[in-house]
Design a binder for this molecule. Structure first.
Ligand code: GSH
Length: 226
């Protein structure tokens, strides 16, 4: 069976991507967990990934890291599932915007680190963060307009998995979204896989990065389930 090595569900945004993809498509896998703060993090992760990062997908003797590469591997390994859209044009577009996510938006990711169980209003986007936000908003608007939604390319795909941590950030930081973007976020937050991840994130007690402002009532998934 596949194994997926992940970090803290509250914080590890990269881990969420392949996890939600596998879970959404009901692909069985064993979850291996390591705290991002574990003293033996490098020892454990280094057994599979010389770059010392999670997530890592382990398939027998093969270990795959980098979330976008993991998505591609899952797509090849399980062709019965539309991991990428079946339509060739949409598939290309889904890969483009997923690559943009994988390679970019560093300012937004640094400004709004994933913290699922927190509510942290009062961090409006400015400067490069605002530019990242506007680019993501444009990507989502265009994809949703062309596909008709409810996910970016109609059905849930790897592109939605790649943007899922952004969705949680918008909830955590109470980002003011227009109707379409909010509806898309609510759709992602309302998927059984996302609810499962969020509940597990809320059940974690470890606080990283000296946050110094726990605990919070999480906006996810309770608000979104209403
Ligand atoms: N580009 C990588 C990023 C992976 C990454 O940065 N993972 C973080 C956790 S979300 C990590 O392992 N951090 C541990 C460290 O930097 O020591 C991917 O797509 O998987």
């Amino acid at each position: 069976m596949l194994k997926l090595l992940i970090g803290n569900k509250n914080y590890s945004s990269w881990s969420l991507r392949p996890w939600i993809l596998l879970r959404h498509f009901d692909i069985p896998f064993e979850e291996l967990y390591i705290s991002l703060n574990a003293a033996n993090f490098a020892d454990v992760v280094g057994r599979y990934n010389p770059a010392l990062r999670v997530p890592v997908l382990i398939d027998g003797e093969l270990a795959i890291w980098e979330s976008i590469a993991i998505c591609e591997y899952i797509a090849e390994r399980f062709p019965q599932h539309a991991i990428w859209p079946r339509d060739a044009t949409w598939r290309a577009q889904a890969r483009v915007v997923s690559a943009e996510m994988h390679a970019g938006f560093a300012a937004l990711r640094n400004h709004w680190p994933m913290n699922i169980r927190a509510i942290l209003p009062g961090h409006p986007p400015e400067g490069q963060v605002k530019r990242d936000f506007e680019r993501i908003a444009a990507i989502w608007h265009l994809a949703l307009a062309e596909s008709g939604g409810p996910f970016l390319f109609g059905e849930f795909s790897a592109a939605d998995a790649m943007y899922a941590p952004v969705v949680t950030r918008f909830a955590t930081y109470q980002v003011d979204l227009d109707f379409e973007l909010q509806r898309y976020c609510d759709t992602v937050l309302g998927t059984p896989a996302m609810i499962q991840w969020s509940e597990a994130a809320r059940a974690e007690s470890e606080v990283l990065n000296d946050e110094g402002h726990e605990p919070y009532a999480s906006p996810i998934p309770a608000l979104r389930q209403a």
